[in-house]
Write a protein that binds this ligand. Sequence first.
Ligand code: DGY
Length: 426
Amino acid sequence: MEAQTAYARAVEVLKLNDRGSYTVPTDGLYPFQWNWDSCLTALGLRHYDEARAWTEIDTLFDHQWDDGMVPHIVFHVPSDQYFPGPDVWSTGRAVPTSGITQPPVAGFAAKRIFDASGDRTMAAERARRLLPKIDAWHKWFFTNRDPHGEGLVAILHPWESGRDNSIDWDTALDRVPTEGVGDYTRRDTQHADPAHRPTKAQYDRYLWLVQCFRGLGWDNTRLHDASPFRVVDPGFNAILIRSCSDLADLADALGESEIAADNRARAEKGLAAMESLWSERHGQYLCRDRTINALIDSASIGGILPAFASIPAARAAVIARSVERQSQAVHFSVPSHDPADSRFESSRYWRGPVWLVTNYMIADGLAAAGEAAVAALIVRSSLELIEKSGFAEYYDPISGAPCGGGRFTWTAAMVMEFVKHGEPPA
Ligand code: DGY
């Protein structure tokens, strides 16, 4: 497929899923606004309607909680297509939201849109409005999810990572009880192949955690210590660190020196602390189970994603070699789990499949670290997947088959970014 054809089809997908002031990830499977989907979708929207791109992020932040948290789902309209819906979350908000958060890409997205804006006045005005809100979210993370000031934050639910059923969570999730969860009907497996989705045993634990946090009145000052699931994910933290340093640059450009200094300090402390997660044996970073204070022996894409932050050049080079090694084992890069691990599953959600959003962040970071050839390999693989299998939610890295939902918004947005940034070198 010609790059321009792929681009035009991507625009069609975005328009199809546009609900006016926000975009759904895909019709049916995900009928509401999701946090990191929206911020990454804004990067696609900006190419044909910059004002609409800012609105996508603004709409999400209109539903920011008073304590600074930005929820992972905003239930703008009723729909019985998705479970768990607003009644399960019961967060007590006028427009219902979930009660957990998601990878904080907003700071990164806002800077990227601002930097390339064709309308400097509008960009400055829109960015200035968002700046304190994104800053409040970053502050919320370090206050509520890093209560002992380690410099790295914990996720309290696998859904917060965005990598719902990663092998990274298996052991920690085993400690989450299932008693009292009750009966429920999943809707995801009615829209997508159950073999591509998390298992019932995982869903029982996802729901137990939601019920536990709901029982604590969604009081974020209590959830961290009360949760049996507390994991420090290097990928999640790398996204937060990148957003902190991008927000600091944006704040400097807008003359907001206090926000700049606070976010630069957060990024620096996080980068230093990230070193404690490095694994020489795996050639990447690993998660740490904060409940038992031990590294988790699981080489997932979560430990490759730190390339997206300003990690030391030597670390980025080793990660680039790990990506090359994994790429030789599959046909399409970057698998969400190391194919050499016996637990790898090529078509089950985050246990092996390729996702274009993680490809985008890894390629961006590796290119900045001087690893242009590996970055180009990732971009090429992404565009080959589109040509072979269309705009799927994710892809089997061995066969290239489409998995999960179809006509997927953020996949399309990433294609627009890849095409606009030019053809990768052969
Ligand atoms: C889902 O429902 O699959 C989502 O990933 C949770 O946000």
